[in-house]
Design a protein around this ligand. Sequence first.
Ligand code: ADP
Ligand code: MG
Length: 357
Amino acid sequence: MSLKPISDIGEFGLIERIAGIAEPTLEAVPGIAEGIGDDCAVYALSPSKVQVATTDLLVEHVHFDLLTTPLQHLGSKAISVNISDICAMNASPRYALVSIALPSKSSVTFVETLYNGMSEAARLYKTALAGGDTSMSLNGTVISVTVTGEAVKEHLTLRKGAQPGDLVCVTGSLGGAAAGLKVLTREKGIMVEHLRHGESYERDILSNLKEYDEAIRQQLLPAARIDIIEFFHKHNIIPTSMIDISDGLAPDLLHICRRSEVGAIIEEGKLPILPQARHIADEFQEDAVNYALSGGEDYQLLFTLKSDQADLIAPHRDITVIGRITPADEGMLLQDIYGMTIDLETIEGFDHFTGKE
Ligand code: ADP
Ligand code: MG
């Protein structure tokens, strides 16, 4: 038996190995159109409709810190990050199954507040909280959410499908979630110091940090872009490929490029960086572009579109064209405002196993 640690191959390496083992099971079910490798698994319900399904884990101390995370926000985020994967398929959510593992000392109010957040988000996304499972945990809180959705077959949008000449588009602004996490982590350090010295600390971390509110909101309370999916459906826009940005623009664009077997060129000057992320990056003497490229958790949609559909998205103020798809042999490049290019494939998102960004 190999004793190679997971950190040697990282999260993506591990998923590739899992996929290799799981692949043969897909053949047993004729309706499975997509297995491991996209934002959702896809199952053909009928000749015209598909069902999509996704699941995401939130683990205490890994994905969230209860010192800096209001519980209601955490509940909402657990739902939103899954709905974001449903949106990334150009599909509409239907129902959610929620499993939680809790230390036995957790209070009933803790769980109710968490579920109030989930329920508020579910209502917003017209999704039913329809079941789940509950267990005791010996070490921290774990939340696992699974969401199903549906799409008309012609609307279904995969990571595969981008072609040279297509526009690369992104919704909303980028870098906010990573910038918000920077501020929250700094604030937690201050909080812990105060508590260690027996001093009191105003626990309402959000009202303490008003000047960083937009970035912190992006981190704690991301919104899945179901509004964009509704816009697509209303205007008959079908992207050629799509993914949601959970790991960072660079690694998520790389997923599109790898699965579509294409390259891309992105213009740095066109990246819609959240202005507050720039201020925070200045404060930390960092570059907000890096927050956008590799910080992750912005939960915006990254998609490609036939260039003759540019007019259809032009009126939307929250969609930005940031580049173009190129042939695979041209690689994945970022061009700065002086025309210099850097290789985006070398920029990795955060990997929990390697601890590398
Ligand atoms: P996302 O960031 O969109 O949630 P992930 O990077 O978590 O996607 O997962 C990538 C792909 O790998 C998805 O298709 C997902 O279903 C699959 N996957 C991830 N972890 C596992 C696992 N433990 N077993 C089977 N499939 C997995
Ligand atoms: Mg995703």
